[in-house]
Design a protein around this ligand. Structure first.
Ligand SMILES: [Cu+2]
Length: 68
């Protein structure tokens, strides 16, 4: 299991965090997603076949690119 916590600066409300949790949660291999409005932090836990490039690409696609 891999875990990564990052910031998604475009998070602005609870809808954003729910969208992120739902969309990432639908990726095969993603086991846990938690997004926080106040800190704009997102923690994701995954196993194969999920990987960071796939997760980052999906975040870009739904409008919440991870901070670099
Ligand atoms: Cu929002």
């Amino acid at each position: 299991m891999t875990e990564r916590t990052f910031t998604a600066p475009d998070i602005s409300c609870g809808h954003c965090t729910r969208t992120i949790e739902r969309e990432l949660g639908e990726l095969e291999g993603v086991r846990h997603v938690q997004a926080d409005v106040d800190s704009k932090a997102v923690t994701v836990q995954w196993v194969a076949p999920a990987d960071w490039p796939t997760i980052a690409a999906l975040l870009e696609e739904i409008g919440y690119p991870p901070a670099r």
